[in-house]
Design a protein around this ligand. Structure first.
Ligand SMILES: Cc1cc2nc3c(=O)[nH]c(=O)nc-3n(C[C@H](O)[C@H](O)[C@H](O)COP(=O)(O)OP(=O)(O)OC[C@H]3O[C@@H](n4cnc5c(N)ncnc54)[C@H](O)[C@@H]3O)c2cc1C
Length: 456
C-alpha cells in the first residue's frame, strides 16, 4: 500500500472529531485512513448499547464546533426521542445517541464514503525513513506520512490478583461473573435480580453500573468498595458568569490556595459551588502547562483524587438510580487486595481486613494502560509524560522524542495528552484539540503541495 497522508490510530471520539474537522476544512477524505474497530466515533465511551448509560454533561456542553456550540443540542432536539433525557439540570442524552450524532456528522462531510477505515489494532510503530510504519494485528502493514495516535481510554484492568479455585464450577463462575470491563453494559443481561454485586471503585462507572441494575429492578445487595467512600456529586445547573483574577507566578501551592479562596463555603452539590468551580476550570490547562514535570507530578499525587471526584460529576438520572437503590447499597471504605472465586460465590478481600462475599464482581476502577504508548517509550520513539501515564507531547500535540525535541509528523490527541496539556477528557476539550490539530495538518498539507514541483 502506498504511504497514506494522514493515518489515525483508534476509531473513537478523538479520531472522529479530527476527521470531522479535517473534512470541514476541505481535506480530501480519500487522503485519510483510520485504523480501529467499530463505528467511527463510538469508541469506549459511546460505543455502548445501554438504555441508561448517559452523557454526564448537559446538552450544551459537548461542543464539536467552537463557532456553533449548540449544534449537538439542536441535533438532539430533532433526532432523539428520549423522554427521560430532561432533568432539572438540563438534558442528559444517552451515550449511544451521541455516537449516532458523531457518525452522522462524518457521513455529512464524507457523503461518498471515501474515508478508509481498517478494522484492526496497531501493535507496533516504527520509523521508516521519513514515514511511520505500522504493524497491524491482521498481519498488514501501513505506511503513514503523518500519524495521529487517538487511542483514548484503555479498557479497565483488574487492580488486584484474581484467584480461581482449580475446578470446573469455579472456572465457570469466574467466566461470567467477573466483569473486568463494564463499559459496554452487556453484562447486565445475565445478572439475576437477587444476585449480590460487588463494585470495585466508586466513580462514574460505578454509578453507570448502578443505573443498569436499577433498570432491571435489581433486588440483591450492592457493595461499593472505594478508598474514600465518596461518590461523584450530581451536576447542578451551573453557569460561568465571571472570570477569576488569577494571581501571576503561580506554584502548585498558591494555585491550591487561590482555588480554595475562590470556592464558596457551600456544598459541592450546590449551584453556587459548581458555578465557582467551573469558572476556575478554563484557565487550568494553561496553568498546568506552565508547571514543571515535577510540579505536575506532585500536584497530581496530592490532589488527583479530589480533582477526579469533583471534576467528574454525574447525570441527575444516575444519581436518581442510586437514590432508588440506596437501601441495598453498602459502601465499604478500603482498597481491594485480592478477589477469590470459590465454588458458588466470590469473595473480595480488602486491605483493612474486611472480606465481602457476593455473586458478581464488577471492575469500576477506571482506565487501563496503553501498550502501544508503552512500546513507543521502550523503543525510544517517545518519552513518558509527567504523570507516567502516557507519552509526552508539546502544545502542538507533537510527540516528544526527548525533553527538548519533537516529531513533526507524529501526534497524540485526546485523553493521553492529559499529563502534558492538562484536563483533556471531556468531549468538548478533545474536539477543541481536534479543531486546532486539523488546522495544523491542513496548513502543513498546503505547504507540502506548494513545495512540490509543478510536474509532480
Ligand atoms: C465509559 C466512558 C464514558 C464517558 N462519558 C463521557 C461523557 O459522558 N461526557 C464526556 O464529555 N466525556 C466522557 N468520557 C470521556 C472520554 O474520554 C471522551 O469523551 C472521549 O470519548 C475519548 O475518546 P477517544 O477516542 O480518545 O477514546 P476512546 O473512546 O477510548 O476510543 C479509542 C479507540 O481507540 C481504539 N484503540 C486503542 N488502541 C488501539 C490500537 N493500538 N489500534 C487500533 N485501535 C486502538 C480503542 O479500541 C477505542 O475504540 C467518557 C469516557 C469513558 C471511558
Amino acid at each position: 500500500m502506498a504511504p497514506q497522508d494522514i493515518v489515525i490510530v483508534g476509531a473513537g471520539f478523538s479520531a472522529a472529531a479530527l476527521v470531522i474537522h479535517l473534512l470541514k476544512r476541505g481535506f480530501p477524505a480519500s487522503h485519510l485512513t483510520v485504523i480501529g474497530h467499530g463505528l467511527l466515533g463510538a469508541g469506549n465511551a459511546y460505543g455502548c448499547n445501554s438504555d441508561v448509560f448517559r452523557l454526564n454533561i448537559r446538552e450544551d456542553l459537548p461542543i464539536i464546533f467552537s463557532e456553533d456550540p449548540l449544534h449537538f443540542a439542536r441535533w438532539a432536539k430533532v433526532h432523539v426521542d428520549d423522554h427521560d433525557a430532561k432533568t432539572h439540570a438540563g438534558y442528559f442524552y444517552l451515550r449511544r445517541d451521541f455516537a449516532k450524532y458523531i457518525n452522522q456528522l462524518i457521513q455529512e462531510y464524507d457523503p461518498q464514503r471515501q474515508l478508509r477505515q481498517i478494522p484492526a489494532n496497531v501493535i507496533n510503530i516504527q520509523q521508516n525513513q521519513t514515514l511511520w510504519q505500522l504493524a497491524l494485528d491482521t498481519g498488514e502493514s501501513v505506511l503513514a506520512k503523518n500519524l495521529v495516535l487517538a487511542t483514548g481510554n484503555m479498557p479497565p484492568k483488574w487492580p488486584c490478583p484474581i484467584h480461581i479455585n482449580a475446578n470446573k464450577t469455579s472456572e465457570k463462575l469466574a467466566a461470567y461473573s467477573l466483569v473486568e470491563n463494564p463499559w459496554s453494559g452487556e453484562w447486565v443481561q445475565t445478572i439475576n435480580q437477587t444476585d449480590d454485586i460487588i463494585l470495585l471503585g466508586g466513580g462514574l462507572t460505578a454509578l453507570d453500573t448502578i443505573s443498569a441494575l436499577e433498570n432491571i429492578h435489581h433486588r440483591g445487595k450492592i457493595y461499593i468498595v472505594s478508598p474514600r467512600g465518596k461518590l461523584p456529586p450530581e451536576q447542578a445547573t451551573w453557569i460561568r458568569s465571571q472570570k477569576p483574577l488569577w494571581p501571576s507566578q503561580l506554584t502548585p501551592r498558591t494555585l491550591v490556595r487561590f482555588m480554595r479562596s475562590y470556592l464558596p463555603d457551600a456544598s459541592v452539590h450546590s449551584v453556587e459551588w459548581q458555578c465557582a468551580w467551573e469558572e476556575l476550570r478554563p484557565q487550568l490547562n494553561e496553568i498546568w502547562q506552565g508547571f514543571s514535570a515535577q510540579q505536575r507530578a506532585k500536584l497530581s499525587k496530592r490532589l488527583g483524587w479530589l480533582w477526579s471526584l469533583y471534576r467528574f460529576r454525574a447525570s441527575p438520572q444516575s444519581i436518581a438510580a442510586f437514590q432508588k437503590l440506596k437501601q441495598q447499597i453498602d459502601i465499604q471504605i478500603g482498597r481491594v487486595k485480592e478477589v477469590q472465586v470459590n465454588d458458588d460465590d466470590i469473595s473480595v478481600n480488602l486491605n483493612n481486613g474486611t472480606r465481602i462475599t457476593g455473586h458478581w464482581v464488577i471492575n469500576c476502577t477506571g482506565v487501563g494502560v496503553d501498550g502501544l504508548a508503552e512500546n513507543l517509550i521502550i523503543n525510544k520513539i517517545a518519552i513518558a509524560d509527567a504523570l507516567g501515564i502516557s507519552i509526552a507531547v508539546n502544545k502542538h500535540f507533537e510527540v516528544l522524542r526527548t525533553t527538548s525535541t519533537s516529531w513533526d509528523n507524529l501526534f497524540l490527541l485526546g485523553p493521553g495528552t492529559m499529563g502534558s496539556l492538562g484536563d483533556v477528557v471531556a468531549a468538548s476539550a478533545i474536539a477543541a484539540q481536534a479543531e486546532r490539530l486539523s488546522l495544523q495538518l491542513k496548513t502543513r498539507g498546503q505547504r507540502a503541495s506548494m513545495d512540490r514541483p509543478l510536474s509532480a
